[in-house]
Design a protein around this ligand. Structure first.
Ligand code: IDC
Length: 508
């Protein structure tokens, strides 16, 4: 806390002095000195607020967040909602708990019924069930048969939500379909989420063939990235810190180390877009260098127009247009380039009023030159509200994805719920930035929550990029501050997050 007060005072002093940001942004010196030159502590003031607000908003939204993996299909007469509510291990098996709600939308009363719920794998047995019904497991199914008169009868407009059961299986199962049979007839209910849910993709390790040689030009299909053969591929990336502050890490050898030893196939080049955060036109050349290094190494590269202190992407839109004009002009024929047009919109901007109009405009601007590169669009609340965006995505464009950012010590299941809602609605999501620290970039590291996130993303075929490649003395840096190497890192050179990343990225 003392530390924070010091930062705040430092920030105030610098704000009062004013105008001193503009100097010395492009001097290429050793990483740590570069940072000192830029008096970056000024931004800590902003960052502290940023972190706090992120946490508060996330907590505030928890109650209203959409339920996890809710699955529903409205039928003219009946709807059945099967919701996974809990899961745990029992010996080498998995036990899962589901709740079931049955609603009579029709005009006639249901007097008796059974419902066969089908999963994607074998069910060993059901352990428990409730709501006035009996439950029978057979093959891939569990059948619900109400035994109590009050459970059998469902009046028009009535909803019975108290059914539920626990089942045991070898590795866990996913609900797929239900068959509801009653005196009104038989209804087949598909799990929409299961249909939209992409096939899990295995992560490959580098074996001498570069990622771009293997996969070529990427595209978006459904909610996933696919390669030149239409096969899903997971991008596993590392983001630079702000390249104005840490220019030395835009280094071909460093990228190669990430590719060859740490399972990284994608580099994100973060260009802070506010002049208050190091932006100057002169930085464009660093981006160009970084893209070319990635191309030479056969790695994918994300050109990140890093909105942060300038929370509304429209604030610096003209500069963004000039930037993307230059980038698309140079890279339209590259097959390894992805554009990210607004890192993290924040500060009261909304999807409908601010971000979407900006994105539509910028996408048209980019498409006028580059007709196929993937474009990643930031989402409200520091790129968290993909659920809101999924209600009103950009139409008439292809190869568009939407950013979800998480910091595992701050953002947990409630943010995965938002992701799940978005994917279920068919929104292509890409995690263009994450850390396993707190949202401030400092604080506790949560390896377990980080691994839970990555496993979840892999199971959904969603790619991810970790913040950040620098030796800044902060939890979310990958390199220890005592190490000044910009390539060839050994395990000893890596921070806790760095070691975790290497372990997780190189495992399947
Ligand atoms: C942080 C950096 C930190 C810097 C701060 C302000 O790690 O060194 O002082 O920005 O420029 C984000 C942002 C990303 C943040 C990161 C951690 O996209 O720029 O970097 N974060 O706070 N969103 C959530 C967390």
């Amino acid at each position: 806390m003392k530390q924070n007060i010091k930062f705040a005072l430092g920030a105030l002093a610098i704000f009062v002095a004013g105008g001193i940001f503009a100097t010395a942004l492009i001097t290429v010196v050793k990483p740590k000195e570069a940072e000192a030159t830029l008096k970056e502590d000024a931004y800590r003031y902003y960052e502290m607020k940023h972190g706090e607000i992120t946490t508060q908003q996330t907590n505030g939204e928890t109650a209203a967040a959409a339920p996890t993996e809710k699955t529903e299909k409205q039928d003219d007469t009946v709807s059945v909602i099967v919701t996974p509510t809990n899961t745990w291990a029992e010996g080498s098996n998995a036990v899962q708990q589901f709740s079931v709600a049955v609603t009579n939308n029709g005009a006639a009363a249901i007097n008796d019924w059974t419902c066969v719920i089908e999963f994607d794998g074998e069910v060993m047995d059901n352990i428990n069930g409730w709501g006035g019904a009996s439950y029978t497991a057979l093959g891939k199914t569990v059948t619900i048969s109400p035994t109590e008169p009050w459970a059998k009868e469902i009046q028009p407009g009535d909803s019975k939500k108290d059914f539920g059961f626990q089942l045991r299986s070898a590795t866990g199962v996913t609900y797929k379909t239900a068959k509801f049979t009653s005196d009104l007839g038989e209804i087949k209910i598909e799990n929409k989420e299961a249909e939209a849910s992409p096939a899990p993709v295995e992560v490959e390790s580098y074996d001498g063939t570069s990622p771009v040689a293997l996969h070529g030009q990427l595209a978006v299909k459904g909610t996933q990235i696919v390669d030149k053969n239409g096969e899903p591929v997971i991008l596993q990336g590392v983001s630079t810190h702000g390249i104005a502050w840490f220019p030395a890490y835009v280094d071909k050898e460093g990228f190669k180390t990430l590719r060859d030893t740490m399972g990284v196939n994608t580099i994100r080049l973060a260009l802070y877009s506010s002049t208050n955060e190091g932006y100057s036109k002169a930085m464009h050349q660093k981006v160009i260098d970084g893209v070319n290094y990635a191309k030479e190494l056969g790695m994918y590269v994300i050109i990140d127009w890093h909105i942060l202190a300038n929370g509304n992407p429209n604030t610096d839109k003209e500069a963004a247009k000039a930037f993307f004009t230059e980038m698309t002009g140079k890279f339209k024929d590259y097959d390894n380039v992805i554009y990210e047009i607004c890192n993290e919109p924040n500060g009261g901007v909304t999807w409908e009023n601010d971000i979407k109009p900006y994105a539509v405009d910028m996408i048209n601007h980019i498409r006028a030159v580059d007709d196929n590169a993937i474009i990643i669009v930031g989402t409200p609340t520091w790129s968290q509200d993909v659920d809101i965006v999924s209600q009103s995505p950009i139409t008439g464009q292809s190869n568009i994805m939407y950013a979800l950012h998480f910091y595992a010590s701050t953002h947990r299941q409630e943010l995965r719920n938002k992701l799940n809602t978005a994917l279920s609605a068919g929104l292509p999501v890409f995690v263009s930035e994450f850390g396993i620290s707190e949202a401030s970039g400092a604080g506790m590291i949560d390896e377990n929550e980080g691994t839970t996130w990555i496993n979840y993303l892999r199971s959904k075929g969603v790619g991810y990029v970790c913040w950040n490649l620098s030796n800044k003395n902060e939890a979310c840096a990958l390199i220890k501050d005592s190490c000044t190497k910009t390539s060839g890192w050994t395990d000893d050179d890596l921070t806790q997050q760095g070691k975790w990343l290497k372990k997780v990225y190189t495992s399947k």
